[in-house]
Design a protein around this ligand. Structure first.
Ligand SMILES: [Zn+2]
Length: 286
């Protein structure tokens, strides 16, 4: 460990520093989380509504400028990086975690950065690999109000991103309401779907709801392979239509493939099809 890092660790482990960090990263009833407010002010300027958050913003500004000087990072580059609201929330969670637990190895974090949430057990496909063995809604699935309550809890905990999954999340009639609510609470929101229920109008609605990313499952580059895997004839055509609709609506669209003995040889062709459709695939098959 370098001398600088050892000094930072000592400084962060100091009880006075941790007390200050706990105050900085606590919630203000008027402004929201003080640290998030301070990081926002650092990048966007202006002043916080209350005097305590103005003080917090001043302290955070000084600390960031001094740290930038110590590490040779220009202030404008720091501000540019922190323009990303998800980075600001992630940084807030890390600092809150250090305030709560001190420096630990590995670092204990108060909340995961991403929560993948199976919001329903319902599904319109019968995939042979499905870990959910999904079909009908479970009797104790959360209703809209309860699901919003969970989103509130995740926001308070400092989670950065929510990925709605299932089952098929679009089988929930309130899924758009949940997406909009999660966006209001400042999350990066994504959806994992089989794509078969998506047409142009729904894709445009999802884009206007603020959905950040949609990942659609594709397990073959043609109907024969995909439909065999997904258990319903016609699924491939509907999934491809769904991917096209999402791309046309301007949604950031990715393709996900379950790698098994049945699909592994088809990965390059699936990758090629994803590229033709204008979707990304987080896998280099070249
Ligand atoms: Zn305040």
């Amino acid at each position: 460990m370098s001398a600088t890092m050892a000094t930072i660790e000592r400084w962060l482990g100091n009880p006075v520093t941790r007390f200050l960090l706990q105050w900085l990263s606590s919630d203000c009833s008027r402004c929201g989380n003080r640290l998030e407010v301070a990081l926002f002010r650092f990048t966007h300027g202006g002043s916080a509504p209350c005097i305590f958050c103005r003080l917090a913003s001043w302290l955070v500004g000084i600390t960031l400028r001094r740290s930038g000087k110590a590490f040779g990072v220009r202030e404008d580059l720091m501000k540019e990086g922190l323009l990303d609201p998800y980075l600001r929330r992630g940084l807030t969670t890390v600092i809150r975690s250090i305030a709560r637990h001190g420096i630990t190895r590995p670092q204990r974090i108060n909340a995961p950065f991403l929560v993948v949430w199976d919001v329903t057990h319902r599904c319109n496909l019968r995939c042979i690999h499905c870990y959910q063995d999904a079909c009908q809604a479970l009797p104790d699935e959360l209703d809209t109000g309860e699901a919003k309550g969970v989103i509130d809890q995740l926001a308070r905990a400092g989670v950065v991103a929510i990925a709605f999954s299932g089952g098929e999340p679009l089988m929930r009639p309130d899924i758009r309401e949940l997406i909009r609510y999660a966006k209001e609470k400042g999350f990066f929101v994504s959806l994992a779907s089989n794509g078969t229920l998506i047409r142009d109008a729904l894709a445009q609605d999802l884009a206007s709801d603020g959905l950040d990313y949609i990942e659609i499952s594709l397990d073959g580059a043609d109907a024969a392979h995909h439909d065999l895997f997904r258990g319903i004839p016609g699924a491939f055509d509907r999934t491809v239509t769904g991917i096209r609709a999402c791309v046309s609506a301007g949604l950031d669209t990715g393709v996900a493939t379950t790698v098994t003995r049945e699909t592994v040889d088809h990965l390059p062709a699936i990758h090629q099809l994803a590229a033709i459709l204008g979707a990304s695939m987080p896998l280099d098959c070249s």
